[in-house]
Design a protein around this ligand. Sequence first.
Ligand SMILES: *Cc1c(COP(=O)(O)O)cnc(C)c1O
Length: 382
Amino acid sequence: MMDYSSGEQILESLGVTPIINAAGPVTRFSGTRPRPEAMQAMMAMVDPFVELPELIDAAGKRIAEIIGVPAATITSGASGGLTVQTAAAMAKDDPEKIFQLPISDDVPNELIIQRNHRFGYDHLYLTPGARFVEVGTADGCSPEKVEDAITDKTAAIIHLESPYSGDNVLPIETLVEIAHRNGVPLMCDAASRLPPRKNLTKFVEAGSDLVSFSGGKGIRGPQATGLLLGSEEWIEYAKLNNAPNATVARAQKVSKESIAGILAAVEMFVNEDEDEENRRYTRLMQSVVDQVIEIPGVHAEVVHDYNHYIPHAVLRLNDSWRGPPKSVIGERMLEGPDRVVILTFLEEVADFWVDPLNLSDEEVQQVTDKLRRVLLDASNEG
Ligand SMILES: *Cc1c(COP(=O)(O)O)cnc(C)c1O
């Protein structure tokens, strides 16, 4: 029998090297540390058995009350939520259609999406047998283009809330108005837009019929959970098309333990003091900035805006930098026994940054020490 007494022990017996995750809630780097309260709730739910739909209904109702939206349900993650959104849009509450998807020849199966809302996970929308009708160009899209694309094959209009879609997109309110005037739903992916906590209600209040959030990002619930928030009617359709029913989303089942875990995490998240949290992150990230700012060619500052959902230490190599590019800095941070992952892989963004979400005060210091060493060494190469 292996030694399961600590995570370090488990990794050591497997020969897997742990990393310090200064890249934030990125699934590849294990997402986030689930809150202890969420894990306690999961352990507590090991014991009792329930009829799963009853638990899903009750937990969804409680989550909706805590957040302050009409209705909510639980998914296997925000990307699981995208699949459920489309299935709901295509089959609604029609049992025949629900169980025939992804065969969709006789069902409205087109999703209208702006060119600038295409992104790496968007094919999850297609799982239930849907396809995209892309509108607009990289330069933007007019409301008329969206409206002209609507036909009797349209299942939904898609909206992405992301820091990387740029300014050349139509506002959610415009899409909601077009969608509802034409009798189709507006489905919103807001997976990573928490905090700020006010976003929990913002996109539902803007009129989106279903909004998908990750449970394993800013909320710090169980890694493989997510939330769908919306109107009572659309949450009902979502539940009918989701696991545990034998639907197109059956492979995305969520355990009773995970349901208790995400509920506890949402309750904790909503009740936290966001200002105090931001002050702590700002202080930690300022300490990173202070210790790298004097390295020749390095620009560093604390940034907290729409692209940086919590305060980050944002670095940039400027014109006087003589060392290798940021991708090499990222690789060197990952080398050695003290492996640190920072965010350098967004090639379209010149900056690279440290995200404090997954870092204890001690880990911030470890990250800073290594970053300073790597940058100093690299700056002396040129
Ligand atoms: C993270 C993310 C997802 C996937 O969320 P999971 O909860 O990991 O499934 C989907 N869409 C966007 C925009 C994201 O940022």
